[in-house]
Write a protein that binds this ligand. Structure first.
Ligand code: IMP
Length: 178
């Protein structure tokens, strides 16, 4: 079993890079089918989405655009529920088919906030693509149409996800050892 230590906490490898890429390809295939003939705009939520967004884009065959916003709601391993918009969206999304690209949906508060904020800009449609969803943690109803993995209530790092700033560069996913 492969373990690592980040900020003094132990993590154990749980999902390999190969498994992640295969699951992301399946998500991309669904998007390719669902958006055939359209030109969706992907809206990545930084920082955590960057690896998922890159892997997803690589597998998309539909004509598409990508843009990024930066929000922050997390410190350490507990959600603060505080949502800060650091970097706003400059492009118009009016009349566009928007796909939000998120690393992980935990309480769902970030995605609820994004849906409300973007909804006022009159897009043609908005869907969410998230690499991970933790259904047991959801505090608000959020419809994640495209998710690669449903995982239990456990803190994870790797493939773009961090533990207090570290671990984003790991190609595989690691679970915290409680
Ligand atoms: P939510 O608003 O509670 O759904 O929080 C979503 C955000 O919390 C994600 O975009 C991540 O930045 C962060 N997050 C939630 N769970 C984890 C985790 O297990 N590892 C790393 N970051 C997480």
């Amino acid at each position: 079993m492969s373990t690592i230590t980040i900020h003094g906490r132990e993590f154990v490898k749980s999902i390999s890079n190969e498994e992640i890429c295969a699951a992301v390809k399946e998500v991309a295939d669904r998007i390719n089918r669902d958006y055939a003939g359209k030109r969706p705009v992907l809206l990545g939520v930084l920082n955590g989405c960057f690896m998922f967004a890159a892997e997803l884009m690589r597998n998309l065959e539909v004509e598409c655009e990508i843009s990024f916003v930066k929000l922050s709601s997390y410190q350490g391993t507990n959600s603060t529920g505080v949502i800060r918009e650091v970097l706003g969206l400059s492009e118009s999304i009016t009349g566009r088919d928007v796909i939000i690209i998120e690393d992980i949906v935990d309480t769902g508060l970030t995605m609820q906030n994004m849906m409300e904020t973007l909804g006022t800009r009159e897009p043609a449609s908005i869907e969410i693509a998230s690499l991970f969803v933790k259904p047991a943690r959801l505090q608000v109803p959020v419809n994640v149409k495209y998710s690669a993995f449903t995982i239990p209530d456990r803190f994870i790092v790797g493939f773009g996800l961090d533990y207090d700033g570290l671990g984003r560069n790991l190609p595989d996913i690691y679970d915290v050892v409680e």
